[in-house]
Design a protein around this ligand. Sequence first.
Ligand code: GCU
Length: 499
Amino acid sequence: MRYRLFEARSIAYCGLVALAPLICPAMCRLAAQTAPAVNPAAQQPVPPLLNDAPVQLANPGAAEKEHQREMDLLGIEELRPGTEKDANWDEAKANVYPKLPDPLVERSGKRVTTAAEWWKVRRPEIQEEYDREVLGRTPANLPKVTWEVVSATPEKMGDIAVVTKRLAGHVDNSSYPQIAVTIDATLTTPANARGPVPVIMELAFAGEFKASLVRPISATTSGALGDYGQTWEQQVLAKGWGFVVLSPTSYQADDGAGMTEGIIGLMNKGQPRGPEDWGGLKAWAWGASRLLDYLETDKSVNAKRVGIEGHSRMGKAALVAMAYDQRFTVLYSSSSGEGGAKLYRHIYGEPLSHIESKYYYWMGANLMKYAGPLTPGDLPVDNHELIALCAPRPVFIGAGTSLQNEPAKPGDGWADARGMFLAGVGAGPVYKLLGKKDLGTAEFPTMESAVIDGDLGFRQHSGGHTPAPNWPTFLTFASKYLNGPEVSRAASETWLNGK
Ligand code: GCU
């Protein structure tokens, strides 16, 4: 199981399907050797997914056709080359655009000096620029989601008695009944808790979500790759908390061919999107918010203490969810890289042109301009400001080594640890303005040293492209908030007013 998961993620990461088993054989072997023996007879069949991603994969070339249509729409003739070979791997050459947009200077040129100006003027300005140029606009008239508890199963995870609920969010499709959309998720809480518990929501890859449904439950390892001891779910339960696993691809396919389906397709009544329409990251984040709506109604959950986590593309989506929904308490964005917690202007590892060639559908169509005629230096925003949209709520940024991924040498250079750290540094002034603590240093920390004294956290582990080694550090960071006083905007303002 672990081997399969590791392989699946390597494939996603490297985009080299055929070469995947060759890429990190040492890690894979280690994972295979240390995986717990599972008695196949004890395994029950995987319950069917409520709603497999509704992509017309039978329609070959649809993703490429949609890409071309969006380029034509924007009048773009070609994009800059964006393969791994075109990427910069030399830190000395990364700082091509040293001037970052200042999160505390309004469009008018006025400097923001009070929390009120941040909330009233500057934050909406940044959000508007993200909506227009980067992520696309979330539609205003989104349909209602009705939640169903499909099953509630008492079971044991390690020594801990838990209850796992299978949840289905039925999206009202009366506006266009040809497209059915269901949000697929599970919620696991300790059976013997004395009251509502904090939970951590993972935005899972399709394969991980499927794996998390396998029983016996102790054999499931969603999010844990290789041998890093306890799974994240076990670590979370050991704290007395619960966990939620969301399948974002159940309601929006991870495929450009799926843009006329899922929630984006439903909103466009099966028609292709416009240049300012939302992309996949926003759609995935929307589902996380709807799941949070459900959590607010579940008595076993303390919905005022919900952490959110995602890795890689799901780390990007988790950051977007945290930035746009102020009800989430704390974020772990793992190896989110380009389009996530990394500066577009730090040119190392994955180039924007790679996202815009292959994964353009994650973003709003307009972002493509900056991978073609324009450059990342022309963007009105950069991702220190996406992190700043989360303030005053705490954000932990995780990464692996800065090495380029090579056979037998797993690296996370593609995700650009330093570019993510610098984005964390750049968000600092907004946290300070709101009475919170920044990273506390602008110096890139040594490998495996946890920077978690403030309300922004960072740690680079020495493994490859995996969230697992940073879970214990994240949970230490998150404990301050999930077990502590509220960190909402209102709480921050109360604190500031009392100063
Ligand atoms: C690709 C993509 C990254 C992404 C990763 C993943 O490598 O280029 O931007 O983070 O897939 O989600 O695994």
